[in-house]
Design a protein around this ligand. Structure first.
Ligand SMILES: Cc1ncc(COP(=O)(O)O)c(C=O)c1O
Length: 355
């Protein structure tokens, strides 16, 4: 439980004063038959479905459905054009460019740093430990009065492991800024989501996405779960219609298929363990980080040459071999059983020929 926390003290001055855009549909609520308020094309759309009207700016139907699945009340949910939009809004809400700073714990997801750079916000890097856990002392030492956000990713990309829950709680309790826990890969993890802990931590923002386990990356739908006060800030800053009507409709339908998604998750986890077991048998594979995600980070001999060998065969993996603390590693996304077989076959071919 966090005892004292002041959101007001964290907010940028211009955001505190901001009068948000008020759209036509914000100002009118209720039933109407003649809509002449938003300069839309009243005749329709040159498409089989009518998309001539602006969508619901707050995506109420979608949030109600997500509430049923995630257990997070609609008023604690922000929906963004991918979770990348939520990351960007966090910087714009809380970080004064050229003055404030954030803490990143590499190796981790690259967008936190890119978003910081776009927003001209300084970042302090506190590397994960050798076993890819938080360096709590290092983080404590890096925090100063201008530190507004700490980004934690669990399960972490690109390492795949979960961050120890106790350590995340320590930061939530002791840091007076916003702690962002990015759970893009939570559906594959054994540990529960931090979304259940929102009532205890007013400084917690949990990010999730439909781009991974839900198989809807092309539709761009990311979620931020947080206190009502933080969600109100997100809503104030976001573009009025950030989730388009087609996405809202398709996602609403797709969310009925939890059973299919759960099957895929099970199969992905089984395939992940199968791939890891097969890789462990190869003497050229030096290390496999235990994964709670839909990918594994593997340290192996000649990573770059093997990467190029795969590309030549039309198999693309992620080369992380030059990333600090991931030296010599490739990140392998778990595919279908056929795709994983093709990858394993290529691995055997390459290493049998080169050793
Ligand atoms: C840890 C992490 N967070 C966020 C994202 C972005 O997700 P979205 O597609 O919702 O923008 C990714 C995508 O790879 C990711 O790995």
């Amino acid at each position: 439980m966090k005892e004292s926390f002041s959101l007001d003290a964290l907010l940028r001055h211009n955001i505190k004063k901001l009068v948000p855009y008020s759209s036509a549909r914000d100002e009118f609520k209720g039933e109407a038959s003649v809509l002449l308020d938003a300069n839309e094309n009243a005749f329709g759309s040159p498409y089989s479905k009518n998309y001539n009207r602006y969508p619901d700016p707050l995506q109420q139907q979608l949030k109600t459905k997500l509430h049923q699945i995630k257990g997070v009340p609609p008023e604690n949910i922000f929906l963004g054009n991918g979770s990348d939009e939520a990351i960007d809004i966090l910087f714009r809400a809380f970080c004064e460019p050229g003055q404030d700073n954030v803490i990143l714990v590499p190796p981790t997801y690259g967008m936190y740093e890119v978003s910081a750079n776009i927003n001209n916000v300084a970042y302090r890097k506190v590397n994960l430990t050798a076993d890819y856990q938080l360096d709590l002392d290092g983080i404590a030492a890096a925090i100063d009065v201008n530190t507004k956000l700490i980004f934690l990713c669990s399960p972490n990309n690109p390492t795949g492991n979960s961050i120890r829950r106790q350590d995340i709680e320590t930061i939530l309790v002791n840091f007076d800024g916003i702690v962002v826990v990015d759970e893009a890969y939570i559906n594959y993890a054994k540990q529960p989501s931090f979304s259940k802990d929102l009532p205890e931590f007013p400084n917690l923002v949990v990010l999730q996405t439909l781009s991974k386990a839900w198989g809807l990356a092309a539709l761009r739908l990311g979620m931020a779960f947080a206190s009502q006060d933080i969600i109100a800030i997100f809503n104030k800053i976001k573009p009025p219609y950030n989730i388009n009507q087609a996405t809202q409709e398709i996602v609403l339908e797709a969310l009925d298929r939890v059973d299919v998604v759960n099957e895929w998750i099970k199969e992905t986890v089984t395939e992940r363990e199968k791939l890891a077991t097969s890789l462990r048998e190869l003497p050229q594979v030096e290390h496999i980080t235990p994964s709670d995600a839909n990918f594994i980070l593997v340290r192996l001999e000649q990573p770059r040459a093997f990467y190029t060998f795969l590309v030549e065969r039309g198999i693309i993996v992620r080369d992380r071999s030059k990333v600090e603390l991931c030296e010599g590693c490739l990140r392998l996304t778990i595919g279908t059983p056929e795709e994983n077989k093709a990858l394993l076959h290529a691995i055997h071919t390459f290493y049998n020929h080169t050793s």
